[in-house]
Write a protein that binds this ligand. Structure first.
Ligand code: B12
Ligand code: SF4
Length: 534
């Protein structure tokens, strides 16, 4: 029997907002009474959840975007599972991304006797993570829940105040999660657990100190993510990490470890890649996604990695992200070409002032040089140059410049183009500025479909809806022409912003005599108002 963790939970009705649970009281005793899962040790049994990004489509909740495609497994969750196991704990991975659902029915029996529930979330998957929390609470009021991942890291205080969870691990979980398990299975005192946010018995939210970032060689020493537990034939490919963090701090980017970068030693990384490759038959395409923020960060290192791969006669099919200027150094693009399935170049803007404001240390010239080099190598169609349109400072003129430049790269060098509208996602410098001005807040990300919220969209994109439609029409024509030349339809991808589609449909953007104007026409028909008072 697992003791009540001390939560008093008042249900107001349904499980979702606005019927939020109120949590009064705190885990009075953190210590777990543990069951023995083998004869040698008392272990913590953890169920680790990976919730997908979901939206309501025609009334039904369904995975969307990348999580509908199931590109690669959530590396962090599978890695943490292996680490906990190496510490002797018992772990069940509840991979809801693979399951393609927000429902955790399948794991109910595991939940019954577990001692800890862990849930990882980005801001995109946060509404689903909340859904999981409510379901866990329905099944088990007593089990402690620990959250991790970028969204809970940013909003630990808000989350601990509002939702029925006990712990948030901020940032890296590799050392912190086993430390939490050790604390729970020994004396229950969590005050020494690094990176942990928790509530004390008197209701205060305590943030334990953050331990120094894990060094590259330490990252290489952890057991590999347990892809042996991966369901077969579900994911497109696998994931592997070669470095963590990024030396840049781009204005729109929400990645965690900016202006800091740690790399796994070359040979050790290739060892891990090689070990992970043995599971590629469990995937649909056999591709290995290098999930680094920017794999190309140290071009000389990447070339070394390629040479080790070659010397071991490995034949990985890789995808990764790269910066344009890096591709040109140390013949990186040429060296890695034979192992490259496809890759993404964050091009961002088609004009130098925009690139300067973004802070990516690229220029239009370096983007064009990179595209030209890729064409020379015959691999330009494997590169997706991704551009953002509608950044907060942009008018129609800047958006046009970006589109024109992007089309020039496509037309001249045959690189693929992705045009994405800017969306306020927590964690970026732009988001932070708007948050400080109290224009947006973390609470706006609690419900499904926040990216359909017009207010959120327009807090970032200042172009009026009419111009958004005009831009869409223009790109629509460009796409039509592009698709004639490249019939697979993949060379130019463009998304229309859902909030404009929903709240400013094309049919109304030109209506200037609607609303009050229309009412006035009705009320004044045939009457001169001044006649009434004269
Ligand atoms: C790989 C990746 C993807 C893959 C995801 C594959 C998958 N199923 O996980 C793909 C390509 C599908 C993808 C898609 C998208 N992504 Co993405 N992605 C990344 C990337 C580059 C690496 C993630 C990763 O695995 N990191 C390595 C692991 C080890 O780190 P981790 O997951 O954070 O886990 C650690 C800790 O957070 C913690 N932890 C994690 N979970 C848990 C759970 C518990 C219980 C505990 C205690 C701890 C813990 O411990 C782990 C070890 O230290 C990150 C950037 C980054 N560097 O993190 C962006 C990032 C997460 N993505 C982002 C975005 C915006 C997207 C997209 C919207 C992009 C798009 N325009 O379509 C989509 C949305 C998909 C979605 N469901 O959310 C943003 C999210 C920002 C935010 N505020 O949430 C990030 C930060 C990128 C950025 N530069 O802004 N992405
Ligand atoms: S966009 Fe790329 S280069 Fe810029 S901070 Fe994010 S990960 Fe780094």
């Amino acid at each position: 029997m697992i003791p009540d963790a001390g939560l008093t939970i008042i249900y107001h009705g349904l499980e979702r907002w606005p019927y939020r649970m109120e949590c009064s009281g705190l885990p009075q005793k953190n210590k777990l009474e543990l069951r023995s899962y083998n004869s040698e040790r008392i272990l913590v049994k953890t169920v680790l959840f990976a919730p997908p990004m979901i939206d309501r489509i025609r009334g039904r909740l369904k995975p969307i975007a990348m999580d509908a495609v199931k590109e690669c497994p959530p590396y962090g969750i599978y890695l943490l599972a292996s680490i906990l196991k190496a510490h002797g704990h018992y772990v069940v991975i509840a991979d809801l991304i693979a399951d393609g659902t927000h429902l955790m029915r399948k794991y109910l029996s595991e939940l019954k006797d577990c001692n800890l529930v862990g849930i990882g979330a980005t801001s995109l998957s946060w509404p689903t993570a909340l859904e999981v929390i409510w379901q866990v609470r329905r099944a088990r009021k007593d089990v402690p829940i620990v959250l991790g991942g970028i969204h809970p890291t940013m909003f630990d205080r808000y989350i601990l105040r509002v939702f029925p969870v006990q712990y948030v691990i901020r940032g890296e979980g590799e050392e912190a999660l086993p430390a939490l398990c050790t604390a729970l299975e020994s004396n229950g005192n969590v005050s020494g657990v690094p990176n942990l946010s928790w509530r004390s018995a008197d209701g205060k939210i305590i943030r334990n100190p953050i331990r120094p970032k894990i060094a590259g060689d330490r990252l290489a020493s952890y057991p590999l993510p347990d892809f042996g537990m991966l369901p077969s034939g579900i994911y497109q490919g696998l994931s592997v990490e070669s470095s963590r963090g990024c030396v840049f701090d781009c204005a729109f980017c929400s990645t965690s470890y900016r202006r800091s970068w740690r790399a796994l030693p070359t040979e050790l990384f290739v060892d891990r890649l090689e070990a992970i490759m043995q599971y590629k038959d469990r995937t649909r395409s056999g591709v290995i996604n290098i999930i680094d923020d920017e794999f190309s960060t140290n071009p000389g290192r990447v070339v070394q990695i390629v040479r080790v791969i070659r010397s071991r006669h490995l034949k990985p099919s890789l995808t990764f992200d790269a910066r344009a200027p890096d591709l040109l150094k140390h013949s990186l693009a040429e060296e890695i070409a034979e192992f490259t399935r496809e890759f993404l170049v964050g091009a961002e803007c088609g004009y130098d002032e925009g690139l300067e404001r973004v802070g990516k240390k690229t220029t239009c010239k370096s983007l064009e040089d990179a595209a030209r080099e890729l064409q020379r190598l015959g691999i330009s169609a494997r590169a997706s140059f991704s551009f953002i349109i509608g950044l907060p400072w942009e008018t129609r003129a800047e958006v046009d410049r970006t589109i024109r430049f992007a089309m020039h790269l496509l037309g001249s060098y045959g690189v693929r183009i992705l045009l994405q509208w800017y969306l306020q996602i927590p964690g970026s410098r732009i988001w932070d500025k708007a948050r400080r001005r109290h224009v947006i807040s973390e609470a706006m990300y609690d419900d499904y479909g926040f990216f359909r919220n017009l207010y959120l969209f327009r807090s970032g994109v200042s172009l009026p809806p009419k111009q958004v439609w005009e831009i869409a029409d223009m790109v629509g024509q460009l796409k039509w022409i592009t698709d004639l030349k490249y019939p697979d339809g993949r060379m130019l991808e463009f998304g229309f912003p859902p909030p404009i589609q929903k709240d400013f449909p094309r049919e109304i953007v030109d209506d200037e005599d609607a609303g009050l104007e229309s009412l006035r026409q009705v009320s004044c028909a045939g009457i001169n108002a001044t006649d009434l008072v004269s």
